[in-house]
Design a protein around this ligand. Structure first.
Ligand SMILES: *[C@@H]1O[C@H](CO)[C@@H](O)[C@H](O)[C@H]1NC(C)=O
Ligand SMILES: *[C@@H]1O[C@H](CO)[C@@H](O)[C@H](O)[C@H]1NC(C)=O
Length: 304
């Protein structure tokens, strides 16, 4: 945005010196400046205006390959209502996106774990979840415990290699978050719920299918301190809609899912967010949640 006025300012001062003899030339320059300012202004407002009624800015496009993007924002007071764990509880808040820690191939393997698991159940509505930690799996209008329901047969569905990859991905996401917020990875604990989601445009049948409402993770789940999402399918290729949106007072900031993309953020109300409704296709992701409170920590999933 600085390019327009700065360029104009320099032209203005150089034109001033020779105003007398160069009046027509200055007039032409002024017209050119106004035209280019209008063009730049038009481009800016075009890129800021999305499909919503208000202002939308795209933080991460599907086509981009982001190394590490991080935006610091002031922390909300949500953390004060909970026990603080120095060296972990957020003092620095913000949000980040990276395409550099999980490869496309790894994300495809992780998606196949989700596909296999979810093929055993599925919600009647458009949003199904699978939690490998607790075993929770959407089935119709309810949830079942995958491990209890399928017993030993689960070993035909998932392998040790699947679970090893899942642990490794979790570990790398945890390290990336710790690095971004300047804390020790070992001071954070995986917490629940950590789960796969599969969303399509089937109409919601219960409130569990209503994923699109704005919410604050730390208000919904008191234990959360850092939330992350690993996307397992591609926006605009595998599904339409389904963008992740940070809802700030001044604008909505969207992240377009990309397979292998990790987005992460502090879980308080500085990061109010929602997911746009999926219009077509199927959107897969995994939500990986962390807490600073060891009492709320959970272990990695293990094959029964
Ligand atoms: C953000 O999106 C919501 C819901 O789509 C909309 O109601 C709100 O006006 C938007 N906010 C801004 C600042 O554009
Ligand atoms: C969408 O998801 C629902 C619920 O899991 C499933 O029954 C339905 O077959 C899916 N539809 C498509 C087109 O994939």
């Amino acid at each position: 945005m600085a390019a327009g006025p700065d360029r104009g300012g320099r032209r203005h001062s150089s034109a001033k010196k020779s105003r007398g003899q160069q009046e027509p030339r200055w007039g032409w320059l002024k017209a050119a400046f106004l035209l280019s300012a209008a063009a730049i202004g038009g481009l800016l407002s075009w890129s800021y205006l999305g499909t919503e009624d208000g202002v939308t800015e795209v933080l991460a496009r599907h086509s981009e390959n982001l190394q590490d993007k991080f935006i610091e924002i002031p922390c909300s007071e949500d953390y004060d209502g909970h026990k603080r764990f120095e060296g972990c509880t957020p003092r620095k808040c913000g949000r980040g996106v990276t395409d550099a820690i999980i490869t496309r191939e790894e994300a495809e393997r992780i998606r196949r774990i989700a596909e296999r698991g979810l093929s055993l159940g599925g919600s009647d509505g458009g949003a199904s979840i699978l939690d490998l930690h607790s075993g929770a799996l959407s089935l119709g209008k309810h949830f079942v415990n995958l491990y209890r329901y399928f017993g030993d047969k689960i070993q035909d569905i998932f392998t040790e290699e699947d679970f090893a990859l899942y642990r490794d991905v979790r570990r790398r996401v945890q390290q990336r978050i710790a690095q971004a917020f300047g804390i020790h990875s070992a001071s954070m604990y995986l917490t629940k719920p950590t789960f796969f989601s599969r969303i399509n445009n089937t109409e919601a049948k219960t409130t569990h299918d209503e994923y699109w409402h704005p919410h604050v993770d730390k208000v919904t789940y008191g234990s959360f301190d850092y939330t992350s999402l690993l996307y397992l399918s591609d926006y605009a290729e595998d599904f339409g809609g389904g963008q992740f949106v940070f809802m700030d007072a001044s604008s909505n900031k969207t992240i377009e899912p990309r397979i292998g993309r990790v987005s992460f953020f502090t879980s308080g109300s500085e990061n109010l967010h929602r997911v746009e409704k999926v219009h077509w296709g199927t959107r897969y992701a995994i939500t990986i949640s962390f807490t600073c409170n060891p009492d709320h920590g959970i272990g990695d999933p293990v094959l029964p």
